[in-house]
Design a protein around this ligand. Structure first.
Ligand SMILES: *[C@@H]1O[C@H](CO)[C@@H](O)[C@H](O)[C@H]1NC(C)=O
Ligand SMILES: *[C@@H]1O[C@H](CO)[C@@H](O)[C@H](O)[C@H]1NC(C)=O
Length: 403
């Protein structure tokens, strides 16, 4: 009996010992191979391997049409509507490249303080974004346009070049070089000690109804305060989305507005979503709907692998409303404008343009009807946009990473 008792206790402690070893080994293997990183909040996230970038050999930007984003749909407002995105989808280049980058250089030179802002807090992320885009993405994705020789970055489309090693010594220079070579604007949302994402830096040549420097130091929620209907579900959804983004991950969404009567991409005004035009009945009567634009913005949120900063990138597209009309989308756009909730309409400056634009879109729509243009729905010839054709409203404000 005594012997049997000892044998059992030895066996038990032996198997306990083996179990412990196994456990330790499993933990070690998991830590070692999946490079588990600990986010400050204690959430374990796996660092993603650097995504493969598909090279566009012999890419000729002059032959690429701008992506036809038509994100408007009836009753599709005040939602996030986000989809997973990829690193290679971060930067888009089309036939307007030279014209737009020339405009950006001009704006950067004339309005440096409005276009570029950085801080000690944002600087590590500025460097990381510069390395990701200038040193990795651009030369790999578009070798016919960008190349690196020694420590010189060559822009083969424009014929310009700059020294990488000297740029890497100064964060404002990194932001300027980025802004001169791509059309996307970037906002750096850096997590603070409470894990709130706060705007700490930006490079923005095409801000719309936003003065970025006025928002520095604000959290995601504070920045969105002027958006009617933001409090509540939407706010919770957005915050959750930020918190749950894993390093290396990207999501995209679309936003749109009517830009009445002027064609500027540079609209740095603190306050309303679009430029405030003269609201008097006289001005309203004078303003010409056929000289107005659809402003579509493609947004991406990307959590940088090294710093964990979330970079909000905005690519802006202006399309004349005459083109929307010719495509046969006039009626849909008019309905989308009409169906905006009232407060949201005010936020989008609808009192200034609403009546005239909508009436005009409907008028033209019935005129084009005769030519049967509406028979062909808006298509996305480039095939590169995963959600240009998706008209399904995302009423849930859901985050794809939510369990
Ligand atoms: C390159 O950019 C500069 C500055 O914007 C501009 O003056 C020049 O015309 C551009 N070159 C080409 C080939 O477009
Ligand atoms: C529209 O543009 C024209 C020409 O630039 C200008 O005279 C007019 O005041 C503008 N109207 C509004 C409402 O902005």
């Amino acid at each position: 009996m005594h012997f049997l008792g000892r044998l059992i206790s030895i066996t038990i402690s032996y198997s306990l010992f083996i179990a412990l070893i196994e456990r330790a080994y499993t933990i070690f293997i998991r830590l070692y191979f999946s490079k588990v990183q600990r986010k400050s909040k204690g959430v374990l996230t796996t660092a993603r391997p650097v995504e493969d970038i598909q090279t566009l050999h012999a890419f000729d930007y002059r032959a690429v049409e701008p992506i036809k984003y038509r994100p408007f749909a009836k009753k599709q407002h005040v939602t996030m509507g986000i989809k997973k995105s990829t690193k290679q989808d971060w930067i888009r280049i089309d036939r307007n490249y030279l014209e737009r980058t020339a405009l950006r250089k001009k704006l950067l030179a004339e309005h440096t303080d409005i276009c570029v802002g950085t801080s000690e807090t944002a600087n590590p992320a500025v460097r990381e974004l510069y390395e990701e885009i200038m040193l990795d993405l651009l030369p790999k994705r578009f070798p016919s346009m960008f190349g690196i020789k020694g420590d010189m970055f060559h822009n083969l489309a424009n014929g310009t070049r700059h020294c990488i090693s000297s740029a890497l010594q100064d964060h404002a220079s990194m932001l300027r070089h980025l802004a001169e070579n791509v059309e996307e604007d970037f906002y750096f949302m850096v997590p603070d000690a409470q894990d709130e994402f706060v705007l700490q830096g930006f490079v923005a040549c095409f801000p719309q109804g936003l003065l970025p420097s006025a928002k520095v130091g604000m959290s995601v929620s504070e920045i969105h305060k002027p958006v009617p209907g933001y409090e509540g579900r939407l706010k919770k959804g957005v915050n959750r989305c930020f918190e749950r983004m894993e390093r290396g991950q990207s999501v995209g969404r679309l936003n749109w507005a009517i830009q009445s009567n002027h064609s500027q991409l540079f609209l740095p005004f603190d306050g309303a979503n679009t430029i405030k035009t003269d609201d008097s009945p006289c001005a309203k009567a004078e303003f010409d709907p056929s000289a107005s634009f659809l402003r579509a913005e493609h947004h991406t949120l990307t959590c940088l692998p090294r710093t964990g900063t979330i970079v909000f990138a905005v690519r802006s597209y202006l399309t004349p409303l005459t083109e929307i009309r010719e495509e046969g989308s006039g009626l849909t756009l008019a309905e989308a404008c009409d169906s905006m909730p009232e407060k949201f309409g005010i936020y989008k400056n609808r009192p200034t343009w609403g009546q005239r634009v909508c009436a005009w879109l409907r008028e033209e729509d019935s005129a084009t009807d005769k030519h049967d243009l509406r028979a062909s729905p808006t298509t996305n010839p480039s095939g590169s946009c995963p959600f240009a054709q998706s008209r399904e409203p995302d009423t849930s404000a859901s985050c794809p990473f939510a369990p």
